[in-house]
Write a protein that binds this ligand. Sequence first.
Ligand SMILES: *Cc1c(COP(=O)(O)O)cnc(C)c1O
Length: 465
Amino acid sequence: MNENKQNLLKTLPQIDKLVKETSLRYQEISVLEIKQACQQALSSIRQEILSDQLTSVTVSDIFEKINTCLTTEPDYHLTSVINATGTILHTNLGRSLLSKKVRNHLNDVAYHYCNLEYDVNEGKRGSRYQHLTEIVKDLTGAEDVLVVNNNAAAIMLALRAIANDKEIIVSRGELVEIGGSFRIPEVIKLSGGTLVEVGTTNKTHLTDYKQAITENTGALLKVHTSNYRLIGFTEQPSLEEMASLAKQKQLPLVNDLGSGLFFDLQKFGLPYEPIIQEALSKGCDIVTFSGDKLLGGPQAGIIVGKREWIEKMRQDQLLRALRVDKLTLAALEATFMLYQNKEQAFANIPTLKMISKDLTICHEEASQLKKAIDDKTIGFRAQIVPSKSNIGGGSFPEEEMNSVAISLSSDNYSLIELEEKLRKGSIPIISRIYQNQLLLDCRTIDPSEHQLILNELITLQGANE
Ligand SMILES: *Cc1c(COP(=O)(O)O)cnc(C)c1O
């Protein structure tokens, strides 16, 4: 080591002294954090001296380094990514995004005490399940409401209350598996009920249900076949027919809707899907749906329907194991608030916003991104191409929505390398390779993310110079 380097290393302050001085500057930060930052800063400066990146060090250099260490975000394992796949409800990427309007309410509830289980008017213990009751009743027309951890939990709790030790009749065409671990036959078993399958894979008639009803029957269950479609020679009785049969036999009709759809989405080119209010008004006794699919809220399972059954679910000891926390309740209530006005919902809930994003807007955003890439980077080529996005999350399996994508290529990387480089960047960009093109789909990219994409490309370009 040359003398200059050695001398420079000797001039670095002792850690104890540095911690003391730093503590005076940052009185609100704990000594432990300050100590870590000082150690980190000193070790990084040492490295830079040894690798000849630094040939002189001033006191202000050292404090600047410490300041950086104190203010940069830690390297979290769970991090945000840019979803350029075009799949709106990507289960692997966290399904729905919360609305920014939800953020204030989350902040309020997270950083202060709240009335989670306290009745402010009465001055005594309240229920965490109360907070959503009125608003969801208003929105759906249901008699009562209960919220649990997810829809899988919702359907299990509902079946336990309704048909424990009894038979549950389900069409063979509806015995679905969702997401690898939710299988209707298993869930029925876990609920304590016995599955009675009726009909065939492609056709189930009302008489099939009728003939299967005995004194041991506890419920008729209808499951939305969210993630697959039967096409061709198929038949299922309508919801009205099933409801009228259930009523006649004095049996409850339970409907696992999967997605929580409040508004018809046919005008965006999607096929008819049952909406929650409709399932209830057509005579379902209990309807369950997810909070983080089309509803666009946090992960949750929402149960709506007849008071007598929901009251029974409230009494179940299992509810405690399935209960939601205050942050989920806050995010859900704020999301439901947006549903009070349709325009407000479409303008603010990212899932609905992406579904309703007009093709011309997708195109405009793609043009902006292309222009930025053309202007700011060398070695990358961006081309605007038509693309197909889909809803995902097990909703609308067959349907693709027209979209617009950037087809990105590089002078220095193959498509496969580029996909990997983007994915492993400082903000992971999840793209997709389709028909020998690397696509960045503008339906799921927010324009506020364009700069981040650009920064990553500039970094990649720098790595090649
Ligand atoms: C998605 C889905 C579920 C599971 O919901 P989670 O909220 O993921 O637990 C259950 N049933 C149907 C029909 C679904 O589409």
